[in-house]
Every structure is written in structure tokens, then in C-alpha cells.
Design a protein around this ligand. Structure first.
Ligand SMILES: [Zn+2]
Length: 241
């Protein structure tokens, strides 16, 4: 499984960048994970829009869905230009009225992520996170390799068995340790490290990052409890799991 970070920011993108998002590839299948601001521009550095096979949306906060509208128009235009009728499936939970707005004419179609067990080559599991908006963490399995994405969440006990023994945990780290308890629904680097340690994952990648401070401190916080490899997600780097 190949994972390419497309953006790493929480809330909004920095200049010429994107909010937290990933392109995940297996056997020529291209899965886009979250579609916030800047993501549609970023993904085209790697594949064309028509090469996208599926999209996962974890929840309906702007920094995870804002480019879905642009994706609708991109599919409309590319289907017309290529005289194709490729409908792109978008998987997201249906606990929000915006679920229905994910479908656009014949160009995209929404499916309930919580009721989905397979997307292309990926086996899918989900669990609800602790976040102000209803949000799903996602576990992907392909060819025996497991990657868990926390999406947006506070440190939530149910994530420990959910992430157990994953080959890679992609965790949000939107806070520095000193902000724990002040901003609901997010984790610090320290808490991401606790989750990685207790779930006994093989490596930890941090994303959904804050817009201030020294990001390397998030890694140092995680290393207080988690001793395996910990990195900040690097945009454009291909991680092979
Ligand atoms: Zn959120």
C-alpha cells in the first residue's frame, strides 16, 4: 500500500498547501482520503481527476469537505471532455444532512461509509471518534497490511483496540501538550503517542497540524511514551506500507 500525504494542516491550508488529506494506492486503485481546502489542486500533482477511483470523507467539517464542490465540477468537466460517464463514489457517514450533497448528477454518488466493508482492494472498518461533529476513524487493510486513520478526535479509549497492531497509525495532532483539555475533540502529540503505544502500532505519523509553534515538538511529545518511529507527515513523500 502506498500513502502520499496531500496536505497536513488542520483548519485551513497554509499558502500553496492543503488541509490534512492522503492519496492511498494499491494495485492501481486510487483512493482519496478527505477532501478539504487545497486538496483537489494537490492531488493533481500525482494523478488526473479521472484516475480517482473512490473518495472517503471522515466528517463534514470544512477542512475535510471543502473541495468536494470543486471535485463535482472537475468530474463534470472531465467527463464531458473525455466523453466518459465515470461516476466517482464518495464514502461518508450519513449522520448529517450534507451526506446527500455529496452526490452530484451522474458524476459523483454518495455511499454510507459506516455500512461499507470494501472499497476496491481495501477492506474497511470504521468507528465513531470523540469530536464535536460526528466523525469516523477508518482502518484500511490490503494484502495483510493495516493502516489506521484517527481522523479528528480527542484521545478516546475505543481507538486503542481499533488501532491495535496496525502497521501505521496516521494520527491527528492538532494540539501541543499545554493545550490539552482546552480545545475539545483534538489530540496533542503526547496523546497521539499514548494511543500509538497502547495500540502497539508499528509506526506513527502525525497530521492535522497546528498553525503555530515548533511542529517537531509534537514528535518529541509523542516520544515521551511511544518508542517506535514517529514522523510528521511530509507532503508528496510516498510511504510504502
Ligand atoms: Zn473536524
Amino acid at each position: 500500500m502506498k500513502i502520499i500525504p496531500l496536505g497536513i494542516w488542520g483548519g485551513y491550508p497554509k499558502a500553496n498547501s492543503a488541509t490534512s488529506s492522503f492519496l492511498i494506492q494499491e494495485d492501481g486503485f486510487h483512493l482519496l482520503f478527505d477532501c478539504g481546502s487545497g486538496v483537489l489542486a494537490s492531488v493533481q500533482n500525482y494523478i488526473s481527476i479521472q484516475q480517482l477511483d473512490a473518495v472517503i470523507i471522515t466528517h463534514y467539517h470544512h477542512d475535510h469537505i471543502l473541495d468536494v464542490g470543486a471535485l463535482h465540477y472537475a468530474k463534470l468537466i472531465q467527463n464531458q471532455l473525455h466523453e466518459q460517464h465515470k461516476t466517482l463514489p464518495i464514502y461518508a457517514h450519513d449522520q448529517d444532512e450534507q451526506f446527500h450533497s455529496l452526490s452530484y448528477k451522474e458524476h459523483t454518488k454518495a455511499y454510507d461509509l459506516a455500512k461499507t466493508s470494501q472499497i476496491g482492494p481495501f477492506t474497511i472498518q470504521t468507528t465513531k471518534t470523540d469530536h464535536p461533529a460526528y466523525c469516523l476513524a477508518v482502518r484500511l487493510n490490503a494484502k495483510g497490511k493495516n493502516v489506521v486513520f484517527t481522523a479528528d478526535t480527542a484521545l478516546e479509549k475505543s481507538l486503542i483496540p481499533f488501532a491495535q497492531n496496525a502497521d501505521l497509525l496516521v494520527s491527528e495532532a492538532n494540539l501541543y501538550q499545554e493545550y490539552e483539555g482546552q480545545i475539545p475533540g483534538h489530540m496533542s502529540g503526547r496523546q497521539a503517542g499514548i494511543l500509538a503505544d497502547e495500540a502497539m502500532v508499528k509506526q506513527l505519523m502525525l497530521t492535522h497540524l497546528p498553525h503555530f509553534g515548533n511542529l517537531n515538538n509534537l514528535v518529541e511529545e509523542a516520544k515521551q511514551t511511544y518508542t517506535n518511529q514517529t514522523t510528521i507527515a511530509t507532503v508528496g513523500k510516498t510511504y510504502i506500507i
